[in-house]
Design a protein around this ligand. Structure first.
Ligand SMILES: Cc1ncc(COP(=O)(O)O)c(C=O)c1O
Length: 380
């Protein structure tokens, strides 16, 4: 593993912009933007797009997405959003009346509403788990998994404050009691190491527009080997066996293409978005996720210390994602703090009473110095 030097030159971020908000939206690398623009231009001349190209981009990208999480490419499906992937998981994880669905307090809404609907449809019961006193969020979740738990849906880090979940332990406990595990890695995939072999989840979903630095409306789903024979949300032509032969598409078949491909969204072969996502994910793999994690971890550690000195607590480092800071704001902080910072070209977000600060490899020391200087002025 090695620290990665600053990568600003690969992005279109002016010197006077301090963009510390990847948790809201990651910037496209220049190369990904160029790939996307080349892709959309192909539609100017549709006659230059051969039938076989409906398969080229997904075939090339599936193994890269698999590599991000230590999976096999047959386990990967293309989805347009985390909520789509979560709905696919819900559809294929039947629960009995009275079984528990465990969620984290303050979990991202797409990963709450999906389960509310599932609970309504099945008679399962939602239980929301929160940290309490000395018991961390991760410990509280582990303690809550009991034999009547049917399903756990959580993240690797919580989107509001970066609180970290020990997914290896959660996975083991789920297997012990026979509960399904569904993970939303939108706020960690590409920035934190994750290994499906270690955690053994049933389904994993990731939106592509944050830490994968991809375009909006891209993402992927991973299905465990024993979850690859389920029912997709959509009954699409391209996920069927023999779809590559366009002249025979009306020889209808019930047989799906092998693996998790059956869960691919309709019009998955997006000629503009997939090349952009490919370029972004290739860049992440070139940097190496473990190296990104280490580099962002060091950056956040230094920043957390500077914030603590100003009375903004971020909690113990072991309890949060290395790339993710949610600093508790004092009661006296102005309501329009993020707007004030934005007016100085400093971009962070606020979730609840926390200032969410999520820089990346393009963040410079002067970005951080400007941010801290502005905080000193506005928090007085
Ligand atoms: C944890 C998490 N999951 C998912 C999403 C996006 O959800 P969707 O793709 O359903 O819009 C976000 C966006 O902020 C998020 O923070």
């Amino acid at each position: 593993m090695s620290l990665i030097p600053n990568q600003r030159h690969l992005f279109d971020i002016p010197e006077d912009v301090a963009y510390l908000n990847v948790a809201t939206m990651g910037p496209l690398p220049l190369a990904a933007s160029a790939a996307g623009q080349r892709g959309i231009s192909r539609k100017l001349r549709p006659w230059t797009i051969p039938d076989s190209d409906f398969f080229t981009d997904t075939r090339a990208l599936r193994p890269l997405l698999a590599k991000l999480i230590g999976a096999d490419e047959a386990g990967i499906a293309f989805v347009p959003s985390a909520s789509y992937g979560l709905a696919t998981a819900a559809r294929n994880l039947p629960l009995a009346r009275g079984q528990k669905i465990l969620l984290l307090a303050d979990q991202f809404p797409s990963n709450v509403y999906t389960w509310r609907e599932h609970a309504r449809a099945t008679g399962a019961v939602i239980e929301t788990v929160a940290a309490a006193g000395n018991v961390s969020l991760s410990e509280a979740l582990l303690n809550a998994i009991t034999p009547d738990t049917g399903l756990v849906a959580c993240a690797q880090v919580r989107w509001t404050d970066g609180a970290r979940i020990d997914l290896k332990a959660v996975g083991a406990r789920c297997r012990e009691v026979g509960a399904a595990l569904v993970l939303d890695l939108t706020q960690s995939c590409g920035a934190m190491v994750f290994d499906v072999a270690e955690v053994q989840p049933d389904f994993v979903v990731t939106a592509g527009y944050k830490w994968l630095l991809g375009p909006y409306a891209t993402g992927f789903l991973y299905a465990a080997p024993h979850r690859r024979d389920g029912i997709p949300l959509e009954q699409n032509w391209i996920t069927r066996e023999g779809a590559a032969d366009f002249s025979r598409l009306i020889d209808y078949t019930d047989a799906y293409a092998p693996g998790a491909e059956r869960y691919d969204m309709g019009e998955r072969s997006n000629f503009a978005l997939l090349p952009a996502l490919h370029a972004a994910v290739q860049q992440i793999l070139d940097w190496g996720v473990a190296n990104i994690e280490m580099t962002l971890g060091q950056q956040s550690r230094t920043l957390a210390q500077a914030l603590e000195k100003r009375g903004l607590t971020t909690g113990p480092e072991s309890g949060r994602g290395p790339h993710y800071l949610g600093a508790l704001l004092p009661d006296t902080a102005p309501d329009d703090l993020t707007a004030r910072l934005r007016s100085e070209n400093i971009y962070v977000s606020k979730r609840g009473s926390r200032l969410r600060i999520t820089p990346h490899l393009f963040t410079s020391e002067s970005d951080i110095a400007r941010f801290l200087g502005a905080l000193d002025r506005h928090l007085g």
